[in-house]
Design a protein around this ligand. Structure first.
Ligand code: ZN
Length: 284
């Protein structure tokens, strides 16, 4: 759908479904917080909230992509889809420190955006701009949620990459670090699905959202566990061709990333299955 900072941006069809749901859910949540606002105004607030969140998610992915590109890694593009966004970069980062930096900059960006929107919320609240107050609160909350959720230490989440980078640095063994972080990711995925089912069983239907999310993280964690070591040739940031081929094979075998537009994902992308409908509530 376009380019930002020279990075291609794709919008998956499933995003529109979720954007529609988000507007509907946010407008509904605003009804509880601001019962006297007319429907049209609440729907408008929902649209603005969804648009702001969309922009924040792109910013999070762009942060990963731009830092990866600075380290000389090729960036294919950014895709937004149902469960979040994904920055597709080619291969793995060449050193633990670089992987750590690329992984950390995403949650740091979301945290910063959350703080900025929280500040706007306090300002709007003080001035008495009800509509702006609701929108900024929701966007601040969802950004903080994105930052915290993605710091959970299991692949394919950013926190899993931080974990792997730490283990990799300590042991010098990329494969072993990857296996551990991938196992942690699968545990996180199972816990997420169990928590979702538990919430649904106790009447919170929104909890069902965590079941496909858990499944997605599980598959991605398993696929990430097969990642071959990057070409660690000092300044050589680009993985060699054989590593890429093995990775493609690994992708075909291990990953079930569905129809993401563009080309073969599964190659060192940084997924963010981070949509949390329950974090989207307005104040109150
Ligand atoms: Zn991220």
């Amino acid at each position: 759908m376009g380019r930002v900072l020279g990075i291609r941006l794709w919008l998956h069809a499933s995003w529109f479904l979720v954007a529609g749901l988000a507007v509907w859910a946010t407008a509904g949540a605003f009804k509880e917080a601001f019962p006297r606002l007319p429907l049209t105004e609440r729907v408008l607030m929902g649209v603005v909230t969804a648009a702001c969140f969309f922009a924040c998610l792109v910013t999070h992915e762009l942060a990963h992509a731009v830092v990866a590109r600075r380290f000389g890694v090729r960036v294919h593009g950014i895709t937004l889809f149902m469960l979040g966004g994904v920055a597709e970069i080619e291969g793995e980062l060449p050193t633990p420190a670089k992987e750590f930096a690329v992984a950390l900059v995403g949650p740091a960006t979301s945290l910063t955006l959350g703080a900025v929107f929280a500040l706007l919320w306090r300002t709007a609240s003080a001035v008495g701009w009800t509509g702006v107050e609701g929108v900024t609160f929701a966007v601040a909350a969802v950004n903080l949620g994105v930052a915290v959720f993605n710091l959970v230490p299991g692949l394919p989440l950013d926190g899993g990459r931080l974990l792997r980078a730490g283990l990799w640095r300590r042991s010098g063994n990329f494969e072993a670090a990857t296996r551990t972080a991938s196992a942690a990711g699968r545990i996180v995925a199972v816990l997420l699905a169990v928590i979702g089912l538990g919430a649904a069983a106790s009447g919170d239907i929104a909890g069902l959202w965590y079941v496909p999310m858990g499944g997605f993280i599980f598959l991605m964690a398993r696929s990430a566990g097969h990642a071959p070591a990057p070409g660690t040739g000092g300044a050589l940031a680009w993985p060699d061709e054989s590593a890429l081929r093995a990775r493609r094979k690994g992708h075909v075998r291990g990953s079930t990333w569905p129809d993401v537009p563009g080309e073969a994902p599964g190659e060192g992308h940084l997924p963010h299955p981070q949509w949390d409908p329950r974090a989207r509530r307005g104040p109150g």
